[in-house]
Design a protein around this ligand. Sequence first.
Ligand code: XIL
Length: 322
Amino acid sequence: ARSNTAAKAAGKLYFGSATDNPFLDEDATYKAILSDNTLFGQLSPENAMKWDATEPEQGVFTFTNGDVIVALAQANGQIMRGHNTVWGSQLPSWVSDSGFDNATLISVMQNHVSTVIGHYKGQIWDVVNEPFNDDGTLASNVFFETIGPTYIDLALQAASAADPNAKLYINDFNIEGEGAKATAMENLVTDLKSRGIPIDGIGLESHFILGEIPTTLQAQMEAFTALGVEVAVTELDIRMTLPETDALLAQQQTDYQTVVSACTAVADCVGVSALTLVICHLLRSTDKYSWVPSTFAGQGDADPWDENLEMKPAYDGIIAGF
Ligand code: XIL
């Protein structure tokens, strides 16, 4: 069975993957797997549309790498998730260390959001990325420190103005189960909707640890969709402490199934049109190109395809989950 075909049969919009340009250019086998729309119905750029990649110098926009991924998705009949426009990380120093005053940074941010989303129309977009700390307070970044909490409103409004048809998301991690951070996201979305600020969805990054899938995952997805937005699993990976064993791979299979089953079980969102399904998406897909080992010491093998680009037991878990 094929993951995107299975997702669609389960009534979901897609099963997708993030990807990055060097691997696409360098690895034909990888590219062929990624291009198979029975496996992946959606692509997302892991780095190519971030601020440091798209506006490395003020007012100088470079879309080359992102355009390569969009062209590939279009050739394969895959939809795109844009990632991301406003985030405290992967910022060029002309933004993060600028000392811009409030009015200037607002204009810089609005120009960035509208230019990038204006270039990449018709996508789902992570407009604001990782706005919260784990305790539910807003994370300190140049936008929050200079503009205050309204940077989120202004980013979403700029995105909506640039492309009224884009699906606008806020994306974060550690909001996949009940807790202070998830509650803070609920409160933010409630507040945005009450004030008429455009918001369509909440992205659950879902960087999980093997054996530690939140037991409240489905309940938390339902709490979010009850607010009248859709949810998406946006960057799913399930890392283990190395070395890999058959028992760990079996647990990982179960865990992938648990996550996909939660996605499958959560119905269309409340008060949103029929196309707004709960959607799944997968980070980079293969252990060959995972961000995990360089980020979490001693951990890895978090993805459904292995270093040889072969399907792992985790893949069977995905299929079983749909
Ligand atoms: C990561 C990429 O995978 C790395 O290649 C890059 O060096 C750093 O960013 N949350 C996100 C993603 O929203 O953009 C991050 O991606 C992983 C954590």
